[in-house]
Each structure stands twice: as C-alpha cells, then as structure tokens.
Design a protein around this ligand. Structure first.
Ligand SMILES: Cc1ncc(COP(=O)(O)O)c(C=O)c1O
Length: 376
C-alpha cells in the first residue's frame, strides 16, 4: 500500500502547472518583478472575491497582522484579546507592536475562540479582539461582533487558514476592521513561496497599511512613518491569480473529504470536529481529538500511523499561553483547560485537494487498527 502524506502540494501543481508556468513566464518577460500589473490585478481580484473594497498585498500573513495593528496604532499599554490555540504568528504580531496578548480559552468542538468567554477578558486597556478562523472553520463572528460593538473594540480577523470560508453567507475577512490572509503554500489559496494580504472596507486604513508596508512612504523617498518592507512579488501574484478562480472548487473538494472522514470515522474513540453553527468551513485541516490524558499517548498513535504509512500533524502541541516566550505573562497550567486539552489530544489527518476516497478508506482502516493496537 502507498504511504499517504499529511499534505501533497504536487497534486494541485500537476492539475494546473501549465497555466501557472505561462503566467509566471509573462512576469519574467515583463521585467517588473516587484509590484506592477500582476500585483495590482491580484489585489483587485482578491477584493472582488471576498466582497470587500480594499486589498493590500504584502509579504506574509504575519506581516498582514502586524501591519494592521500598526495602522490601528495599537502599542504599549494596549491589550488584544485572542485565542489560546493558534499558530504563534497570531500573538507574535500583537507582541511585535508592543501590545499585550490576552489569551481566552477555546471551544474544543470547533477549536475556535469561545466567544462567551471573551467579554470576561475585557479591561479598560482592551483595544481589539483577534479571532482566528482556525483550520478553516469560521469563528462565531455574530457574538464577537456584538461584544466588539458594545465595547468599542476593533475586530481583526486572522484568516490565514480560512480563505473562502464564510459565516452567515459572508466571506471571512469582511467582518472586522481588517482581515489578514496568508498565501503560504499549504494554505487554501497558497502561492509558491511566502505571501499575504490585508482586506478592509476602510479606505483610510488600507492607505495607512499601504504606506507602512512601503517603508512608511506614499511618495518616493519621502517617509512619514517608520514602516517595513513587505511586498508580494509579481511571480507570487501571478500564481495566485491563476489559482484564485479554482479556490471554490478546491474548497468544495475539501468539504467532501471532511464529510467522507465524518462517515468513515464515526463511531470511534476519536472526537470529530463540529461545524460552527452559521459557518461554512473550508477545512484547511481535518483535526480530530484522541481522548487521552497525556500527549504521550497521542504521540504514540501518531508514530504508529507513521509506521503504517499515514502521515499526520500535531497542530499545535503547546497552546499559546504556555509558550516559553509568554512566561512573563504569568499563565499557569490549568488556566485555559480546553486549549491545553486540544494541545494534548489533537491530530490532523491528511487533507488536501486530490486526496482520493480510496486513500481515505486506507487512512480510516489504518487508524482503527492503530487505535485497537494501542487499546490492547
Ligand atoms: C493562524 C495563522 N495566522 C498567521 C499565520 C502567518 O502566516 P505566514 O506564514 O504567511 O506569515 C499562519 C501561518 O501559518 C497561521 O496559521
């Protein structure tokens, strides 16, 4: 039997490679490698896709988050409420502007911020809520939006893992002051290198971000703020423009894969992911919980699967509030129990467009065998 990796980007490439090669050759021949028509066209196309009025492309999802917080003037003395269960870039961007990340626990059935707990974390220093649409699953934007409006807080959406996901028929990245996207190759819309974008309906915010990402400059060699160099290059923009029209089809394929897992794996000892009511997930990851008291048992299951040819990932083994870099914030084990439970129990199964039903059957069968072997 063939082994199955957690993600295989070559399958996507072999379906659309020639189109991408033509588009990149056009950029190579144009001589415009930074900025230029390819980047302008992609920004327009992506804004239209999401139904927002502005898109500012940048170097990465991390930069997108950082640039939004800089443009909103968040900094020392400010607090930003976010989830305790995400990739480090989410809270890193908060810390990079000098603000304090305030971590709130998650709902383990969706892996997203537990919106009901957000209100309790608000202080007079709170300036923003930063929900993450983790694993492709939209956060509860209704409750979060109400809390933000009631307390005059910004909402900054981390959409890195959820390009194309929607909540109440609206695409994520169109709810808050800004949406932050990553085009890292494994994302739902991935380039062939780093890339990111900010989306917003606020033209002034878009202009401020455009200036900050260009060394604080709107006019050549005149600098009005301390900015950074954060560009999406023309080759990536050309590749993303080729891929974007296929994104909805790939996301539908991911939804079919998730539905098939749901059927193949139930019932089992695994807790399967649930959809957020009102939300449509685009399944960047299909992540199950292995009901165990120790991460070591989950790691054993992962090793057994690996030996049997099934690649899986642990996103994420340490919740953000327990990362060494945040020891100074004073969180202890047990403070955010659901995020800690997720870190102990999560296992992300192979998920990528092109994964076949036969492969999924092989994964489900092997998984059941490995679970039985561990129980013995
Ligand atoms: C939830 C989340 N936020 C932000 C980022 C940062 O994106 P990038 O890798 O493009 O900087 C990632 C990337 O993995 C992510 O998963």
């Amino acid at each position: 039997m063939n082994s199955i990796p957690p993600i295989d980007l070559t399958r996507q490439y072999f379906r659309f490679g020639p189109e991408m090669e033509t588009a990149t050759a056009d950029v190579l021949r144009s001589g415009r490698y930074i900025g230029g028509a390819a980047v302008d066209a992609f920004e327009q196309q992506f804004a239209t896709y999401l139904g927002v009025s502005n898109c500012v492309a940048c170097h990465s999802g991390t930069d997108a988050l950082y640039l939004v917080m800089r443009a909103l003037n968040l900094g020392p003395g400010d607090e930003v409420i976010t989830t305790a269960f995400s990739f480090i870039a989410t809270s890193e961007a908060i810390a990079l502007v000098g603000a304090k990340p305030v971590f709130v626990d998650i709902d383990c059935s969706t892996f997203n911020l537990d919106a009901e707990q957000v209100a309790g974390a608000i202080t007079e220093r709170t300036k923003a809520i930063l929900p993450v649409h983790l694993f492709g699953q939209p956060a509860d934007m209704g409750t979060l939006g109400e809390i933000a409006a009631h307390n005059s807080l910004y909402v900054i959406e981390d959409c890195a893992q959820a390009t194309g996901a929607s909540w109440q028929n609206r695409k994520v990245g169109s709810f808050g002051q800004a949406g932050c996207f990553s085009f890292f190759p494994t994302k739902n819309l991935g380039g062939c290198g780093d890339g990111g974008a900010v989306t917003t309906n606020d033209a002034d915010l878009a202009a401020a971000i455009r200036q900050l990402k260009n060394h604080g400059s709107s006019q050549r060699y005149r600098h009005e703020a301390t900015g950074i160099n954060s560009r999406l290059d023309g080759l990536q923009a050309a590749i993303l423009s080729v891929k974007l029209p296929y994104l909805d089809d790939w996301n539908r394929e991911r939804q079919e894969i998730a539905a098939r897992y749901q059927t193949l794996l139930a019932p089992s000892q695994l807790k399967l992911p649930q959809a957020t009511p009102g939300g449509i997930s685009v399944w960047n990851q299909y992540t199950v919980l292995f009901d165990t008291e120790t991460a070591a048992a989950r790691d054993r299951l992962q090793e057994k699967l690996q030996h049997s040819g099934i690649g899986t990932m642990v996103y994420y083994p340490i919740p953000l509030h327990r990362q060494p870099v945040y020891h100074n914030l004073g969180y202890q084990d047990g403070d955010l129990p659901q995020a800690e439970k997720a870190a102990r129990q999560v296992l992300s199964l192979p998920m990528f467009p092109g994964l076949t039903p036969e492969e999924q059957e092989q994964i489900a069968c092997t998984l059941k065998d490995c679970l039985a072997a561990i129980a013995d």
